[in-house]
Design a protein around this ligand. Structure first.
Ligand code: PAF
Length: 281
C-alpha cells in the first residue's frame, strides 16, 4: 500500500489505472478505522480493480473546535489495519491539497441536509459536501462507499454526486455493530468504561420503537417511554429522535412508507448517533 500525500502524485497513478481500463473504488474516512470502515474497504476490494482509502480529518465539518481537537489521529495504526486488505493507496492529503490558500468554494446541498444533524451541527454538511466533492474528484473515483451509520451524510453525498454530474457511483453499506448492538464509531473510543456499558441502550431504544411502530403505534405515542429509558440509563441531551422517509428524509409520524428512525444523544461528553430501517407498515 502506497501512502500518498499530494494530489499530483495521486493523479499520476489514477491516470495510469484509467488508461489501463481499471476501475477505482474509494473509501473516504477521517481515520481511527474500525470494523465498520473495514467492511467498506472489503466491499470496494470486491467490486473494483483499484482501491484508495482516504484519511483526512476535515476541519470544515466540525462545528465545535473542542470536538476537532479531540478527534483521534491514528495514521500508523490505521495503516496496520488496512494491510490485510492489500489496498492500493492510502491517500492522506496535506491540508493545502484540500484547502489551498485562497480556497473560497463551498458545496451546499439543500433538502436532505436540513434537520437532524444538519440542525444540530450548523455548517457540518457543507463541510462534508465540500470535502467529499474534492476527494471524489482528486481520486477519480468510479465507485465510493459510505456507511449507513451516517445515513443523512449518505443522502447528502448521493445528492451531490448526481447534482454535480460526478462520474462516481455512491454505494451505502450496512452499519456494523458491536455484539451488544452499539453502532461502531470512531467516537466510541472516547466513552469512559461506565458510559461504554450504557451506550448500547441507544440501539435498544431504536429497536423498541421499531416494534411499537410495527404494532401500529405512532412515534409521538412511543416517544415518552423512549425518553424515560434514556434518562434512567444516564444519557444527557437528546438532540433528536425522529422518523423520516428513507428516500428523501421527509419527517413522518408513522411508517406509511419505508422509513428510518434516527437518534442523536449525548453520553459522557460524546455525541452518539444511530439509525435503523423501518419497513412500511
Ligand atoms: O464519515 C466520515 O468519516 C466523514 O464525514 C467523511 C465522509 C470522510 C468526510 O470527511
Amino acid at each position: 500500500m502506497k501512502i500518498i500525500r499530494t494530489k499530483a502524485a495521486l493523479r499520476t497513478l489514477t491516470d495510469e489505472w484509467s488508461r489501463a481500463g481499471q476501475t477505482i473504488g474509494v473509501v473516504p474516512t477521517m481515520g481511527a478505522l474500525h470494523a465498520g470502515h473495514l467492511s467498506l474497504v472489503g466491499e470496494a476490494k470486491a467490486k473494483t480493480d483499484r482501491v484508495i482509502v482516504t484519511l483526512f480529518v476535515n476541519p470544515r465539518q466540525f462545528n465545535n473546535p473542542e470536538d476537532l481537537a479531540n478527534y483521534p489521529r491514528t495514521e500508523d495504526s490505521d495503516s496496520v489495519k488496512l494491510a490485510p486488505f492489500a489496498v492500493d493507496v492510502l491517500y492522506v492529503p496535506d491540508p493545502d491539497q484540500i484547502y489551498p490558500d485562497g480556497f473560497s468554494t463551498s458545496v451546499s446541498v439543500s433538502g436532505v441536509s436540513e434537520g437532524l444533524c444538519g440542525a444540530a451541527r450548523p455548517g457540518h454538511f457543507d463541510g462534508v459536501a465540500t470535502v467529499v466533492s474534492k476527494l471524489l474528484l482528486q481520486t477519480a473515483a468510479d465507485e465510493a462507499y459510505f456507511g449507513e451509520k451516517d445515513y443523512q451524510q449518505l443522502q447528502v453525498v448521493t445528492r451531490l454526486a448526481q447534482d454535480l454530474d460526478l462520474k462516481t457511483r455512491i454505494t451505502g453499506c450496512p452499519t456494523v455493530r458491536e455484539p451488544d448492538g452499539l453502532a461502531m464509531s470512531s467516537r466510541n473510543l472516547r466513552l469512559g468504561e461506565e458510559a461504554r456499558k450504557i451506550a448500547p441502550v441507544v440501539y435498544h431504544v431504536l429497536t423498541d420503537i421499531a416494534e411499537g411502530l410495527a404494532r401500529g403505534a405512532s412515534l409521538s405515542e412511543l416517544l415518552p417511554d423512549a425518553r424515560q429509558t434514556l434518562d434512567k440509563a444516564g444519557f444527557g441531551t437528546l438532540d433528536y429522535l425522529e422518523l423520516r422517509s428513507a428516500q428523501d428524509l421527509e419527517p413522518m409520524d408513522s411508517a406509511v412508507r419505508p422509513a428510518r428512525l434516527f437518534i442523536a444523544v449525548w453520553l459522557d461528553g460524546v455525541r452518539l448517533i444511530d439509525n435503523i430501517p423501518i419497513p412500511s407498515a
